[in-house]
Ligand binder design. Structure first.
Ligand SMILES: *[C@@H]1O[C@H](CO)[C@@H](O)[C@H](O)[C@H]1NC(C)=O
Ligand SMILES: *[C@@H]1O[C@H](CO)[C@@H](O)[C@H](O)[C@H]1NC(C)=O
Length: 463
């Protein structure tokens, strides 16, 4: 806002002062005598042209040429040395082997050619350097003269305008953050590559208002019949760590107005106790809730209809009880050792182990009875450097804290190619400082975030 205002002023300032100074045949006549000479725009143009020509003259290619020649020399000299020592061993009383001598002569002549080439290249570069230095000095003097002339701040104004225009472009692009990576869609995703995240679409406090800053929400990607439009919330109602129920809503609007018609389904009357919920990264899938079981290195599955819990123990060493948390620079999110996720192909768990040096480990959850761990991948993304993860179309994505306004999807791991990337660069606009949980729903291509007791959703765009 501030910069666009300044931008407007700068433009109108330049445009209006100049013509009105010469003639202004309107009702109100204002005589402004301009004692200054007009600004030499043509001179400025010439200086600008010379500067850009100067930049083009020295190319990275020239530097590489010299480096290539030096590398060639470096490789050939030890070879020459080795061959000479072979020749010396072949010395049979004054007569060197003629064949070996031939080889060494060839090597020497190659080396001489390389040195000559290097010599001529450096000479031409020295000339170029001298020319450029001279040109730069001339440009500097010219600019100095122009600056003295610049009473109307034309040059400075141009600079400021250029900067503002760049800021404006950045600002515009910020509204539709896009990543332009040029490869085929990862994860064999028929939707294509994850391009951007827009929104928030929904953002509202829940019926619990600001009572519970930690929690999660979303919708079941594989709902039971009749529950297709249902939504759920799990607020961590004890110490920001534990919960013992899931709250259900028959539609998004009933969630927004805080009317839970199906009500809550309770796992156990105590909170916490064996197999109740620990940590915010909960998901619902196939009419069951998946979460980190209280005080265990295990994922629990709570069957909403049968109201039974089946635990699935993770590999030995898997962190729990705040051993491997999601963090940003200032703090960590407690009890976020296990992140449950859903995508087109089912349920996933993201955790960490000392064996993988505290980096993310990704595993499939096979929803049998009991649920079992499927394929597992280790990654090089450090858990503490990540604020959250989610799965979309067979690809793991990780976010990090950028600033109060934005979180960035910076990392991806493709389960099909095994390829990791750290250059995703897609921003998520935040409504509050922290995102305690983040999960993707393949049903509507939305990201569901729980952010400091607000429930927020974003649209994920592929293509
Ligand atoms: C390098 O080049 C300069 C000028 O072209 C020449 O005078 C000089 O002899 C050369 N030196 C070698 C080692 O080739
Ligand atoms: C949940 O329990 C019901 C009733 O026992 C059963 O039919 C259903 O398959 C169970 N769901 C899961 C995901 O185990």
């Amino acid at each position: 806002m501030k910069s666009s205002l300044v931008f407007t002023l700068m433009i109108t300032g330049l445009v209006s002062i100049l013509p009105q100074a010469q003639s202004s045949p309107s009702d109100c006549v204002c005589n402004l005598k301009n004692s200054e000479h007009p600004f030499p725009h043509d001179k400025l143009q010439t200086v600008e042209n010379s500067a850009s020509k100067c930049t083009k003259n020295i190319t990275p290619q020239q530097t590489m040429e010299v480096e290539g020649l030096l590398l060639g020399l470096k490789r050939r000299l030890p070879q020459l040395e080795a061959d000479v020592s072979v020749l010396e061993q072949e010395d049979d009383g004054g007569l060197y082997g003629t064949v070996s001598l031939q080889v060494i002569e060839n090597e020497l002549s190659e080396i001489q050619q390389l040195i000559a080439k290097l010599n001529s290249t450096t000479h031409s570069h020295q000339r170029l350097n001298a020319d450029t230095a001279e040109q730069l000095q001339e440009l500097k003097e010219e600019m100095g003269k122009l600056e003295k002339f610049d009473n109307m701040q034309v040059v400075r104004g141009k600079e400021v305008n250029k900067r503002l225009r760049r800021d404006l472009d950045q600002c515009k692009n910020g509204n539709h953050p896009t990543a332009p990576p040029p490869e085929p869609a990862p994860g064999n995703c028929p939707l294509g590559r994850l391009r951007s995240v827009t929104g928030p679409n929904t953002y509202t406090v829940t019926e619990y208002a600001a009572a519970y800053p930690y929690g999660s929400w979303g919708r079941d990607p594989k709902p039971a019949a009749g529950k297709e439009s249902w939504f759920w919330i799990v607020p961590l109602t004890s110490s920001n760590v534990f919960s013992n129920f899931v709250r259900l809503y028959s539609s998004l609007s009933s969630l927004v107005v805080g009317v839970s018609v199906p009500g809550s389904v309770v796992i156990h009357s105590s909170n916490p106790t064996t197999n109740t919920i620990q940590g915010p990264n909960v998901v619902m899938y196939g009419d069951a809730l998946y979460y980190n079981c209280y005080n265990k290195d295990a994922v629990c599955r709570f069957n909403i209809t049968a109201k039974t819990v089946t635990p699935m123990v993770l590999p030995k060493g898997t962190g729990f009880n705040s051993k491997f948390n999601f963090c940003h620079l200032d703090a960590c999110y407690g009890y976020t050792d296990m992140d449950l996720a859903t995508d087109e192909s089912g349920v996933w768990v993201i955790y960490s182990t000392p064996d993988n040096f505290g980096n993310l480990v990704l595993a499939e959850v096979i929803p049998g009875s009991p649920p079992t761990l499927g394929r597992t991948w280790t990654t090089s993304a450090h858990k503490r450097a990540v604020t959250n993860t989610f799965m979309a179309c067979g690809v793991l994505y990780a976010t990090r804290y950028l600033n109060k306004e934005a979180e960035e999807i910076f990392y991806s791991f493709d389960t099909v190619s095994g390829r990791e990337r750290y250059d995703i660069g897609i921003e998520i606009k935040k409504m509050s400082i922290n995102i305690q949980s983040l999960n993707y729903s393949p049903v509507d291509h939305m990201l569901y975030a729980y952010s400091d007791s607000m429930v927020v959703s974003y649209k994920v765009h592929f293509g």
